[in-house]
Design a protein around this ligand. Structure first.
Ligand SMILES: NC(=O)c1ccc[n+]([C@@H]2O[C@H](COP(=O)([O-])OP(=O)(O)OC[C@H]3O[C@@H](n4cnc5c(N)ncnc54)[C@H](OP(=O)(O)O)[C@@H]3O)[C@@H](O)[C@H]2O)c1
Length: 345
């Protein structure tokens, strides 16, 4: 019996059995990660404990961000993990540049701060969290507007991106990527980047499948990472509207979950991995994060299940980003280039 069998909690998954996604660099990223955004209400210690607990049951991929306000605690958890049997190179750690750090002189120090907090000497992936520069106090109301908010200006974004590229040159990050981008913005970035984005992180769940962007990302050699994969039932109040729907209450998802004897969240996660995106479900409950991982290595959904879920799409974006709007009288849709062109400043 090896040491892992002695210490692994019951039901743990062998990390070697978790599917991987190849990036264009040929690096392999575990096809499921643990989200770490506590939605402004889950205590940081609880999230850090989940990172440690999730590693013990077989997770190797963690989706972090400076704005989640918990990288220092997660760093302590990762350090404990790496003092055990898990080596740094077996982990996949993502972090993100926050919106108030897009200025050229802020990008490298911001990444170094995340590295120091996470107690790492490199990141596997560093993302520009949103393509809009702005500042908002943590937990601000949905109606809040910042005088610092700016639209997407490609020339400015490229200045930020060149600093992201420098982070690769410096060996501080292995890959760089984007988040919350649209096709027209990605087209410009792909045209002008020296180092292409390796992933685009985007909202993806059965009620928001974004088929065009999903296919665009894959066709251009990027991996789609899917946030809110179970519909973010614990998301903050500012991210809720009366039109929102819940994929975990969808009749198709419920019927499959009932047949398999699993929580509907597990069906969402299985669907995501089988479709080809990398879901990063958040949970601090061991039974939940373990069942999500078990779902990924367990019996696949049938072709009929996959087809039925593909027809359940409701084009229901949950994370609308209202607080990032840059002038009065705008609609949140303006952030997402609904006409296929970058919304005018
Ligand atoms: N790039 C971006 O702009 C962006 C935006 C949003 C999110 N993210 C990332 O994506 C991650 C995931 O998004 P999210 O946290 O908003 O939403 P989510 O993962 O869709 O939903 C998380 C919620 O689902 C519950 N849950 C998860 N698995 C479950 C299971 N098996 N059974 C029952 N309930 C389950 C969790 O509750 P319990 O804790 O009670 O299990 C938690 O409240 C974030 O943590 C963050 O890392 C990135």
């Amino acid at each position: 019996m090896n040491a892992r069998e002695v210490s692994a909690p019951k039901g743990s998954v062998d990390p070697a059995s978790v599917p991987q996604r190849a990036l264009y660099t040929e690096a392999l990223m575990p096809a499921i990660g643990l989200g770490t955004f506590g939605s402004d209400h889950v205590p940081v210690r609880e999230v850090a404990a989940a990172v440690e607990g999730a590693t013990a049951v077989g997770y190797r991929h963690f989706d972090c961000a400076s704005v989640y306000g918990n990288e220092a605690e997660i760093g302590c958890a990762l350090q404990r993990v790496m003092q055990g049997q898990v080596k740094r190179q077996q982990l996949w750690i993502t972090s993100k540049l926050w919106n108030d750090k897009h200025a050229e002189n802020h990008v490298i120090p911001s990444c170094k701060k995340s590295l120091a907090d996470l107690r790492l000497n490199y990141l596997d992936l560093y993302l520009v969290h949103w393509p809009f520069p702005n500042f908002h106090p943590p937990g601000c109301d949905v109606t809040s507007r910042s005088s610092d908010a700016r639209p997407y200006i490609h020339a400015n974004f490229m200045k930020t991106w060149q600093k992201m590229e420098e982070l690769v040159d410096l060996g501080l990050v292995r890959h760089i990527g984007t988040s919350n981008m649209t096709i027209p913005k990605l087209e410009l970035l792909l045209r002008d980047a020296r180092i292409k984005p390796a992933v685009n992180e985007m909202e993806l769940h059965p009620h928001f499948q974004q088929p065009k962007l999903f296919e665009f990302v894959r066709a251009h050699g990027m991996v789609p990472v899917g946030y809110c994969p179970v519909g973010s039932p614990g998301r903050p109040e500012r991210d809720r509207t009366s039109e929102d729907t819940a994929p975990t209450q969808d009749p198709v998802v419920l019927r499959i979950a009932d047949r398999l004897g699993v929580h509907p969240a597990v069906v969402c996660v299985k669907w995501a991995v089988q479709r080809g995106q990398v879901p990063i479900p958040f949970s601090t409950k061991p039974s939940h994060y373990l069942s999500n991982l078990q779902g990924v290595v367990g019996e696949p959904l049938t072709q009929e299940d996959m087809r039925a879920i593909s027809t359940a799409d409701r084009n229901c974006r949950l994370i609308k980003g209202q607080v990032f709007l840059w002038k009065e009288g705008q609609s949140w849709e303006d952030l997402w280039d609904p006409n296929g062109e970058i919304s005018p400043p």
